[in-house]
Design a protein around this ligand. Structure first.
Ligand SMILES: O=C(O)CCC(=O)C(=O)O
Length: 307
């Protein structure tokens, strides 16, 4: 996800510490590998765009040992960090606006102390502390990397990131360091079943507590689920929807492999323009609440017409 796609998409209602009711969704368990070679990964997963969890991605990284809550607190605790909470998309929250700022040290204390909805989203700590880039590398698991856009994600127990796909259409490799999170994935072919809002990369459905009366076609969408633990990397192919629920406080690093080829790049450009120009213009024209209601109505109608 680029900085353009924003916490406007983060509009869920899960209560900190509550368990999501994902068992009702049609989810298979993601395949897992302790060790897979870059060549096998490319043939079996990257090329056919199949998500998977594996552990060999980060095994050579010094970060595996070094990056702990204590380390970040001591070495980088003074950095002022933008903190997000769940924000309803129709509540008037501005694109990209964080809810609060605080010293990193205080934020880490908070997520260690117990459940909290507060998250750091798309946090580029490397701008503040470039030396951290020496603690990991870009492994041979993808042909190309967006080297200037490594992002970190932190969250407290019970927080979640509502489902979305990344507007830059990158392939994402999300590596867990501390704590446990549940990740739910759907391929782009299910976007209408997920009631995607026009021009955006998100929807109004709360996958943590799905409302099948309101969104009946959601039940037909076939997705995947995995639990990410320290050392696991989930590969999320380009365009995959992802919903993340923090079972415990924790953090991860996302490395991104940009989409290649003219068709892929055109699609990325279309998505970025749709979100930044299309959605923005309609919001200006109709006002946030009316445009949101309209997007919701259109998504419902589209889903009703599905075979
Ligand atoms: O793990 C998270 O908190 C969110 C990850 C995410 O949304 C992403 O990598 O695009």
């Amino acid at each position: 996800m680029t900085e353009i796609s924003s916490p406007d998409q983060v509009h869920g209602v899960a209560v900190a510490g509550s368990e999501p009711a994902q068992s009702q969704l049609n989810l298979g368990t993601l395949e897992r590998h302790d060790d897979i070679s870059p060549e096998d990964f490319y043939t079996k997963y990257f090329k056919p765009r199949r998500p998977v969890v594996f552990r060999s991605f980060s095994k050579a990284w010094p970060a595996r040992e070094q990056w702990t809550l204590d380390y970040f607190r001591e070495a980088h605790g003074d950095i002022m960090v933008p903190v997000y909470e769940e924000a309803f998309a129709d509540s008037g929250a501005a694109y990209g606006a964080s809810d609060d700022r605080m010293p990193f040290r205080e934020y880490l204390d908070l997520i260690e102390a117990g459940p909290t909805r507060k998250r750091l989203f798309l946090f580029n700590i490397f701008k503040h502390a470039p030396e951290l880039c020496g603690d990991f590398d870009f492994p041979r698991f993808a042909p190309k990397w967006a080297r200037r856009h490594p992002f970190m994600f932190f969250g407290g127990q019970g927080s979640h990131v509502d489902a979305h796909f990344d507007v830059d259409m990158s392939h994402v490799f999300l590596t867990q360091f501390h704590g446990t999170k549940r990740v739910v994935l759907y391929g782009p072919e299910w976007s209408n079943h997920l009631y995607r809002h026009k021009f955006t990369v998100s929807h109004n459905v709360d996958l943590g507590n799905p409302d099948f009366d309101r969104y009946p076609r959601l039940a037909d969408a076939k997705g995947y689920e995995c639990i990410l633990e320290d050392g696991d990397t989930v590969y999320m192919p380009s365009g995959y929807w992802h919903y993340v629920y923090y079972e415990t406080g924790g953090f991860s690093l996302a490395l991104r492999s940009p989409i290649t080829g003219p068709a892929g790049r055109m699609h990325m450009l279309y998505r970025v323009l749709a979100l930044t120009v299309g959605d923005y213009s309609m919001t200006k024209l109709l006002g946030q609440k009316r445009w949101y209601a309209k997007k919701e109505e259109m998504a419902q109608r589209k889903a009703d017409r599905l075979p």
